[in-house]
Design a protein around this ligand. Structure first.
Ligand code: PDD
Length: 291
């Protein structure tokens, strides 16, 4: 079952008019929210990021947090599986094609659920391959826009090269992955680029930094140069659907020793234990977490 503009219905029956500005212009924003044991993880943070994206494209939020919370709960309850991931999407609505904003148009709201599968053990054991590419996206990568054509082309470059992710470089510095955030480890220090307009502020990124801080793992949040990326002992990739994964090859060369390292092992353990306790636990679903 999906939600579309006030109705719950099977996805096969859902229809959007061809003049929807999401279809015509990619004029909309989205969120991906993991659900563990029927509970949306960090819903309040996802809704804050949604608000930031809506503000970024000057579109009024069609729902209050409580209304979003209720829609999300209903979608979770009407889909199978303890663990799901929700895709939540808002466009500027249906209007005659004109780049300028239409007046008096109701936004389109769509929510669907898919099964959330943990990354396969084999991949966690070997790590995954990544390639690098120039970050040729716009300068508002902090907006989670549905117009993802650059990300689609960049990610496909990785697939064509037999790799899982493309790590992006802008002006000699690493920004993020085509669909993930990237961390480095060197000499026991965890390194991450700062949140700014050049990357999506990942919810999983926050979790990893919080877990590291709580364990007193030394962390540096600062710009990461291409040289540091290429000489890192470990690379880690994070996202709501892929949790935390080791990247063990970059542009065909081994990262460090070419196998998942100590930083990955530690953060992976912490992440899994956090998942079993807090994510599957009883935290209030609209609570905002301390950073
Ligand atoms: N993407 N950066 C980009 C460009 C992303 O697309 C994503 C996630 C992230 C990680 O953010 P988070 O930890 O909040 O998932 C970083 C989602 C999963 C997607 O588009 O499917």
């Amino acid at each position: 079952m999906i939600y579309l503009n006030g109705d719950f219905l099977p996805i096969e029956e859902a229809r959007v008019p061809v003049l929807d500005r999401g279809f015509i212009f990619g004029d909309g924003v989205y969120e991906v929210i993991p659900v563990y044991s029927h509970k949306p993880f960090r819903l309040a943070e996802h809704l804050l990021r949604l608000q930031h994206s809506l503000d970024g494209i000057r579109l009024q939020n069609p729902h209050s947090d409580e209304e979003w919370g209720s829609l999300v709960e209903q979608i979770i309850a009407s889909n199978d599986g303890d663990d799901q991931y929700l895709y939540l999407h808002v466009t500027r609505g249906v209007a005659r094609r004109d780049h300028a904003f239409p007046k008096g148009v109701i936004p389109t709201v769509f929510i669907m659920s898919n099964p959330l599968l943990a990354p396969p053990r084999e991949l966690l054991a070997t790590g995954v391959a990544a390639i690098t590419a120039d970050d040729n996206r716009w300068l508002r990568c902090d907006i989670k826009a549905i117009s993802l054509l650059p990300n689609v082309l960049l990610r496909q470059m990785a697939i064509d090269a037999g790799a899982m992710e493309t790590i992006l470089l802008r002006d000699g510095f690493m920004t993020e992955g085509a669909a993930s955030n990237i961390f480095l480890a060197k000499d026991g220090v965890l390194l991450a680029p700062p949140k700014n307009h050049l990357m999506l502020p990942g919810i999983t990124y926050d979790v990893v930094l919080e877990l590291a801080a709580a364990e007193k793992i030394p962390c540096e949040v600062r710009e990461v140069s291409e040289y540091e990326l290429r000489t890192a002992q470990e690379l880690l990739l994070t996202s709501s659907t892929r949790e935390i994964m080791p990247v063990t090859r970059l542009d065909g060369k081994p990262v460090g020793e070419g196998k998942p390292g100590a930083m990955f092992a530690r953060l992976y353990r912490l992440y899994q234990s956090y998942k079993q306790t807090t994510m599957r636990g009883s935290a209030k679903i609209l609570e905002v977490h301390n950073r």
